[in-house]
Design a protein. Sequence first.
Length: 320
Amino acid sequence: MKTRNLVLALVAVGVVVAIYLMDDSSSSADAITHDVKSVQAKDGAGAASDSNSVASLGSVSIESDAVSDWLASLPAGMRSALQQNRDPLDQWLRNQLTEKALFAEAQAQEWSERPEVARAIELATREIVLRSYLDSVSQPAEDYPVAADMAAAYEQNKDQLLIPARYQVRQIYLAAPANDEAAVAAARKQASKLVDQAKAKGADFSALARAHSNDVRSAALGGDIGSLPLAQLVPEVRPVVAGMKQGEVSGPVQTATGLHILKLEAVEEARNASLEEVDAQLRQALRQQRQGEVAQAYVERVMSSSTLSIDGAQLTQLLE
């Protein structure tokens, strides 16, 4: 086994593991994790007329089959995470619609008929065909990797397969866009009073969140946003949470949309993932590595099966 190649492959696996384990607790879609709100499709006026159309932009649309195919290409953990935060899905739809609209405009002007574009299309087609063919002739055996391969790979790389620390946080969120000085000033005045109340002996942070937080979903849960890794919190909040002690209440934290008063309930320290937790990702990494090795061997056989001839004189003339 080529450990170096596997290590590189497992870097991506480590990221997937982090995402995969995020969704085992039901965190609310709150203001800390969702500073940018998702634009939801509306029924009735403005909705696409085609019942299979998920989103549209002018005359172009995205069908439900295309969305299903994209979702199917994602790891299970990422698909589950989208149920809590649909922003990445909304952005993907916007990107797809923009590309389709631009392509339709270019086609209307017969842009693909331009010589330089036609040549680029030819080269791209050749690359797609070659990649698809090479993929078909380099597939690993169905039973690879076996248990012994999995165990060996895990032992060699387990220090890289980390589950990030998770923080159980409650919040009181006061909406105040950063560009609205009056709103920020009013929110800071209110936040100062709430911080004092939250830090008072015997204070009930959950009750304060239910009564004062502007984030409806987390407020209904007493401000609880779930147990999350730092990566799922907005950047302004991460260093504050990381530096807090269990049971501590923070001062107001300003983000683009408002102020957050935080309470750290508990911390689950970072740890190494077990083999069972990374089984699917590790298996995929090993199969990709094996496929790369088989593909390289296949290319080398093709190169060695015929005589290679290079006309040096012609090359010299072309370089002059």
